[in-house]
Design a protein around this ligand. Structure first.
Ligand code: PEP
Ligand code: MN
Length: 269
């Protein structure tokens, strides 16, 4: 099958793309991104960041602008959330990733984030993708929950074509008929996309399953299938999390997962 993507393709660039974020080489070593779904209070965020740093995670995540299905769910703290994330970044030394939901916040996010995330719901927001093609920071592009691999790679193409070659793909599960899991993590997509494209691929088993007990096994499966890293939602008290607590690991659980992975993959310390 010949797909229409060009700049993202292995034909265009046979070797793996490696994206350097503060000496973390995404696409070369297995990368662990972890943090809460939404940025919460400063004390909690700094505590999470320091703990993650100690256990060997590489990048801190946290949403300041949350694209929620319901307008009545927590929408994130906006600018204040970015400031809190910045404090956690400074205190821990971990680079941060956060989601851009609105093109009007682009400059603000560029000042606060090391990597900008495009959420599943925004994967085909083409004006947003084009603007992200003009920034210096890497962009983590999540797969739309109903997107084919071709649609996903063509979305990446919008960013690449504007000149930003630092695109990281993120498989986060697709919608299926089974309601037991929130989404179905598409394990096929991992080796398929690694064959089709030179871009790094991160697996998100938190949204990919929607169930905390499935996060660690699906993370391991994705890495075994060739993913360049994982992005996992964590919270010190998941039952009290403002967003996505049902799929968040405790700090003890992420510590265990990282410890289990370390002997098998050359993690960056
Ligand atoms: C998130 O990472 O918290 C998020 C909203 O993810 P997705 O866009 O995959 O739903
Ligand atoms: Mn989430």
């Amino acid at each position: 099958m010949l797909l229409a993507h060009k700049l993202a393709s292995r034909e265009y660039k046979p070797g793996d793309t490696v994206i350097n974020v503060k000496n973390i080489e995404i696409g070369k070593n297995k990368t662990i991104i972890a943090g809460p779904c939404a940025v919460e209070d400063e004390e909690t965020m700094v505590y999470i960041a320091m703990e993650l740093k100690k256990m060997g995670a590489h990048i801190l995540r946290g949403g300041a602008y949350k694209p929620r299905t319901s307008p009545y769910s927590c929408q994130g703290q906006g600018k204040r959330g970015l400031e809190i994330l910045n404090t956690a970044r400074k205190e821990s030394g971990l680079p941060v990733i956060t989601e851009l939901t609105d093109i009007r916040n682009l400059d603000l996010l560029c000042q606060h984030a090391d990597i900008l995330q495009v959420g599943s719901r925004s994967m085909q927001n083409f004006p947003l993708l084009k603007e992200l093609g003009r920034i210096k920071q890497p962009v983590l592009l999540k797969r739309g929950f109903c997107a084919t691999l071709e649609e996903w790679l063509l979305a990446a193409e919008y960013i690449l074509n504007e000149g930003n070659h630092k695109v990281i793909l993120c498989e986060r599960g697709i919608r299926s008929f089974d309601s037991y899991c929130r989404n179905t993590f598409d394990i096929n997509a991992v080796p398929a996309v690694k064959n089709l494209s030179h871009l790094p691929l991160i697996a998100d088993p938190s949204h990919g399953t929607g169930r905390k007990e499935l996060v660690a096994p699906v993370a391991r499966a994705a890495l075994a299938a060739g993913a360049d890293g994982i992005m996992v939602e964590v919270h010190p008290e998941p039952e009290k999390a403002l967003s996505d607590g049902h799929q968040s690991l405790t700090l003890e659980q992420i510590h265990q997962l990282i410890a289990d992975l370390k002997p098998f993959y050359s993690l960056i310390s």
